[in-house]
Design a binder for this molecule. Structure first.
Ligand code: SF4
Ligand code: SF4
Length: 373
């Protein structure tokens, strides 16, 4: 496998090291020089060997550029990021899950490889593999390895339930993810197992977390705060700090992707925070989402309309920008809203809250004003 990736990116050119969150920006002239060194079978340029040594502490001096550096070609659009639910199946049954019914279904391995090839051709450099729980998919190792071979930097979003298994950890150590984001559902076995609906889950998670941290993976914790574990929020923060791991908190629950309300009773009222006003987002323009069947949508929330990437290939993505524009219009339950300029949620998010008949103060300024009167 290559040691470095070089790729055009939004008018610049980057050098990346698989599995490292760091990157180097290089001028176009050096990108062209590097590309020529690869195609001509020359040694990697001295300036690159120096820069790589300074950034990553590895010595590639004199190494043949071909085989050491993978050159990515620019995609036809502006896409550089994608998320992919390899499968919606999960070994947990969390009370607040936004996926609703989680069916274990999707593309076979041939389809998965085709989808990844389309993503690479579209210019995707940073790929987030998620689920469901991605590590329980039997095709995960093959798909993960193939994404690396195509020169993508892969982040894995996981509940961490399988990290304690040696063969799972061995793959992640051999080909490190650029980031491994792990959800945390409690600080004690009682609470964690209640939230996840899975007895013994806390013990397995704790064992896996310790192994992954000791192995030096780039871990990032997502503390999921719900009504059921809110009393352990401080203990969850303390746990992350003790492990010296970066963490973020997610306390605002959403309806399911099907627009149903099951997660909402788990909202912790005292942790419901007001988001900053929505000022736009690059969904459908610089990133897209793919579901287990290879259907591309603007993001995980605005799932329809979507584009069948297996049938249409990379050309299908040409329509996604137009879909994004139409999904952002303040239509439906937001039609004519005088507060839309300072709204705190995008239209796709407002739509799922409205379909779920969620309490207005969870997302909409009309309800927030009422709640503070
Ligand atoms: S949910 Fe809204 S803000 Fe988030 S990515 Fe989708 S469109 Fe953008
Ligand atoms: S404030 Fe409420 S009604 Fe207005 S745009 Fe936002 S979600 Fe829609």
């Amino acid at each position: 496998m290559h040691d470095l990736i070089t790729s055009p990116f939004q008018g610049d050119h980057l050098v990346l090291r698989p599995g490292s969150p760091k990157g180097l920006k290089i001028p176009r002239v050096k990108f062209v020089q590097l590309k020529a060194a690869v195609s001509g079978g020359e040694a990697i340029p001295a300036w690159l060997a120096d820069a790589v040594n300074r950034s990553w502490g590895i010595d590639l001096t004199g190494r043949c550029a071909a085989g050491t550096v993978l050159v990515r070609e620019p995609g036809p659009y502006e896409f550089s990021r994608a998320t992919w639910e390899i499968n919606l199946g999960c070994d947990y049954d969390c009370v607040m899950c936004y996926l609703g019914e989680k069916r274990f279904e999707g593309l076979d391995m041939t389809g998965k490889r085709r989808l990844l090839e389309v993503m690479a051709a579209a210019g995707v450099i940073w790929l987030q593999m998620t689920g469901g729980e991605p590590l329980i998919d039997p095709d995960f190792p093959g798909a993960y390895r193939f994404a690396h071979e195509l020169g993508m930097q892969v982040e894995v979003l996981s509940n961490g339930s399988r990290l304690h298994k040696d063969h799972v950890l061995a793959l992640l150590v051999e080909l490190p993810p650029s980031k491994m984001s792990l959800s945390v559902y409690g600080a004690t076995a009682d609470t964690y197992d209640t939230v996840t609906g899975n007895r013994g889950a806390f013990e397995r998670f704790t064992a896996g977390l310790e192994k992954a941290a000791s192995a030096g993976l780039h871990l990032d914790l997502s503390l999921i705060i719900t009504r059921q574990n809110a009393h352990e929020a401080e203990a969850m923060r303390a746990w992350a700090k003790r492990l010296a791991l970066p963490f973020r908190e997610y306390a605002n629950l959403s309806p399911t992707i099907h627009g149903t309300a099951e997660p909402l009773p788990s909202q912790s009222p005292e942790h419901l925070t007001h988001r900053a006003p929505f000022t736009g987002c690059p969904a459908g323009v610089t990133f897209f989402h793919a579901d287990p069947f290879g259907r591309a949508s603007i993001c995980k929330v605005g799932r329809r309309p979507n584009i069948d990437l297996i049938a249409e290939g990379v050309e299908g993505l040409a329509r996604l920008g137009g879909i994004a524009g139409s999904l952002m219009l303040r239509t439906g339950g937001c039609t004519g809203c005088q507060l839309s300029d300072s709204c705190r949620v995008c239209r796709p998010m407002a739509k799922v809250f409205q379909e779920a008949k969620a309490p207005l103060h969870h997302y909409c300024q009309h309800g927030m004003r009422e709640a503070t009167r």
